[in-house]
Design a protein around this ligand. Structure first.
Ligand code: BDR
Ligand code: CA
Length: 308
């Protein structure tokens, strides 16, 4: 399989993305790193360890990363903090701890080991990735590509104009977007369309311990998502980034310039997406413009069924 490295902040959505990757023979997970985001980094690390344990893959190295944004003070995530809570969902105790090296060093090792072939998938604030670029500038060229869940060309979710992952560490996002990496971005415009319906989610309840866990997560997230939509369905935000690696054809992309606002109080953390090419700015991102919801969800369900 294609070597991938997952940088995440599990978190409900991230757990689903991890399980999709673990279940898919198209990819081989070189490592997982965690960062503060939907919860503090101790919690996201513990959750990542619990998810690999649940999936029967405690052999995948999990490294703990940055506990706060690069520049600004950590902001209490308030209501969104519940997005980080994977407690009460019957996850097993992890038998192993995180590996010794920091997330950035585990990523650097993986890049060296899979020179020019490693796809990095980030489903969290971009703090670890930005720090990696700063600490290992020469290795940046050796990353095959970066696929991230973050941003929006339209509405935000944490503020009216900003998406959570970018808003959480906009300076890190700025470093990443200006790095010259080959970047594919799955923003809210597509992930809000990538919704699993209640029947589809419940069909997994009888599909082993992972299926039951996924059904439980989706029921929890559905309740939270009702804030954004009055139609049934739960967006599989982070899993869309993994799906883009597994099945690039499911996600329609447009090359365009994406920049991040870090100055304005009103639109802080907003991604400004030059979707129509009205500037001459560098087309630094393959921006996801659409997703084939039906095929994506069908394949997601089929993959979860393969897990224990
Ligand atoms: C992103 O924020 C987190 O709550 C999810 O895990 C996802 O990565 C969506 O804005
Ligand atoms: Ca996430």
């Amino acid at each position: 399989g294609v070597p991938v490295f997952l940088d995440c902040d599990p978190g409900h959505d991230d757990a689903l993305a991890m399980l999709l990757a673990i279940a898919s023979p198209e990819v081989e997970i070189a490592g997982i790193s965690t960062v503060a985001g939907t919860a503090g980094v101790e919690a996201t690390t513990r959750h990542a360890l619990q998810v690999v344990e649940l999936a029967g893959r405690p052999d995948i190295p999990v490294a703990s990363g940055c506990g706060r944004p690069l520049v600004r003070d950590p902001v209490p995530v308030g209501e969104l903090a519940t997005a980080g809570m994977l407690t009460d969902l019957g996850l097993p105790e992890p038998r192993h701890g995180a590996v010794e090296p920091h997330a950035v060093e585990l990523l650097a090792r993986s890049v060296r080991e899979h020179r020019d072939r490693l796809t990095v998938v980030c489903t969290a604030p971009l703090t670890n990735i930005a720090l990696f670029l700063r600490m290992h500038p020469r290795l940046a060229d050796r990353v095959h590509r970066l696929v991230l869940m973050g941003g929006s060309a339209t509405l935000g979710n944490v503020t009216p104009s900003a998406e959570f992952n970018i808003w959480s560490d906009p300076e890190a996002a700025k470093i990443v977007l200006g790095s010259g990496l080959d970047i594919t971005m799955a923003g809210l415009d597509v992930t809000f369309r990538a919704q699993i319906l209640p029947d589809e989610a419940e069909s997994l309840r009888t599909a082993g311990r992972c299926g039951e866990f996924v059904a439980d997560i989706l029921a929890t997230v559905a309740a939270r998502h009702s804030h954004y939509s009055n139609r049934p369905g739960t967006p599989l935000h982070d899993a869309v980034a993994v799906a883009e690696v597994l099945w690039p054809d499911l996600v329609e992309k447009v090359k365009c310039n994406v920049a991040v606002e870090t100055g304005s109080a009103l639109t802080f953390g907003r991604t400004v997406v030059d979707r129509w090419g009205v500037t001459t700015l560098e087309r630094n991102v393959a921006y996801s413009a659409n997703v084939d919801r039906d095929r994506f969800v069908e394949r997601f369900v089929e993959r979860v069924r393969r897990l224990p």
